[in-house]
Write a protein that binds this ligand. Structure first.
Ligand SMILES: NC(=O)c1ccc[n+]([C@@H]2O[C@H](COP(=O)([O-])OP(=O)(O)OC[C@H]3O[C@@H](n4cnc5c(N)ncnc54)[C@H](OP(=O)(O)O)[C@@H]3O)[C@@H](O)[C@H]2O)c1
Length: 289
């Protein structure tokens, strides 16, 4: 397959380029070629490339930045994904667009499947939800994958930065009253290829592992346990519990219960991705090596 991946300097886009290179023809196109702040220029920028699919890893993914720059968030997270969908439609290609669990209504406990109500609480979530809808309107053959708490990337996600802090001997604390599901980037890479290989699949998918919701605190505590057991950390440190309202870095409102159920993936692809815990242990082992 010939695939354009946007956002190759980002966590998800960068990992997809690394994981797919060699097996596929991958064009990682950064903002110097494809500026998602300029939706009207994307078609021309893509004229020189052939592709079977565009995988849109680029986004304004920081809620605080989106809240302070809503127009830019709309261009990058809504209008440009819609333009990419239109371009894919015109060129007979598929679009895989990534969205977020922040579009979900997080007011009730439990896992959320693709039918669960949406109710974004911030500009990031609103711009991403509008992006999902426009992408599917512009090119109904598109695939929208909502993802959450990605690890296994370079630069790292929460798992990697938490282990780094533990390794430096810093005091450790994590939020105990917000819940989602960690997701390994290798699982995202595997599932996206599987979806692209199935020409009949389109629309919205919750792309995460099977399993129960975790809080940032339970996630952090389990990862430290894996790292200690595998010998990456000599000492098993305790993680102090923090309330989301007391976390100064989280200035913008965030949904509470957004752990996703990969219900459609289970039905269409039969699951097979394993638990996040197995993937996290493998990631710790990789960091050890
Ligand atoms: N990481 C997570 O845990 C997580 C959770 C839920 C959903 N997601 C979703 O997953 C996707 C990828 O997120 P991520 O964590 O990989 O984000 P990230 O690490 O912040 O990377 C964002 C990427 O988008 C690029 N970008 C931003 N503005 C751009 C513009 N105007 N033109 C072109 N490129 C631009 C960045 O390029 P520069 O380096 O040039 O800025 C970077 O390559 C997003 O759709 C996000 O909503 C991620």
């Amino acid at each position: 397959m010939e695939i354009v991946v946007t956002g190759p300097s980002g966590k998800l886009g960068g990992a997809l380029v690394r994981l797919w290179q060699g097996e596929h023809i991958v064009h990682g196109l950064g903002r110097e070629v494809l500026d998602l702040g300029k939706p009207n220029e994307l078609a021309r920028a893509l004229e020189n490339y052939s592709f079977d699919a565009i995988v849109n890893g680029a986004a304004m993914a920081n809620p605080e930045h989106c809240e302070n720059n809503p127009e830019e968030a709309r261009r990058v997270n809504t209008e440009s994904p819609a333009a990419l969908a239109r371009i894919c439609g015109e060129r007979g290609a598929r679009l895989v667009h990534f969205s977020t669990d922040y579009v979900l209504d997080g007011s009730r406990e439990g896992l959320k499947d693709e039918e669960a109500p949406v109710h974004p609480l911030n500009e990031y979530g609103r711009s991403k939800l509008a992006g999902e809808n426009l992408v599917l309107e512009e090119h109904a053959e598109s695939i929208v994958c909502r993802v959450s708490w990605i690890f296994g990337t370079e630069p790292g996600g929460f798992l990697e930065s938490f282990l780094a802090r533990a390794g430096r001997g810093e005091e450790l604390q994590a939020v105990e009253d917000k819940f989602s599901k960690p997701t390994c980037v290798t699982e995202i890479a595997r599932v996206v290829l599987a979806l692209l290989e199935r020409g009949d699949l389109k629309g919205l998918f919750h792309l995460t592992h099977e399993g129960a919701p975790e809080s940032w605190w339970s996630y952090a505590s389990k990862v430290l346990g894996f790292a200690h057991a595998l010998g990456l950390l000599e000492e098993l440190k305790e993680v102090r519990r923090q309330k989301m309202a007391d976390a100064a870095r989280l200035q913008v409102a965030r949904p509470i219960h957004t752990a996703m159920d990969p219900a459609r993936l289970r039905a269409e692809l039969g699951g097979g991705g394993g638990s996040w815990q197995e993937a996290a242990r493998a990631r710790v082992q990789e960091l050890l090596e």
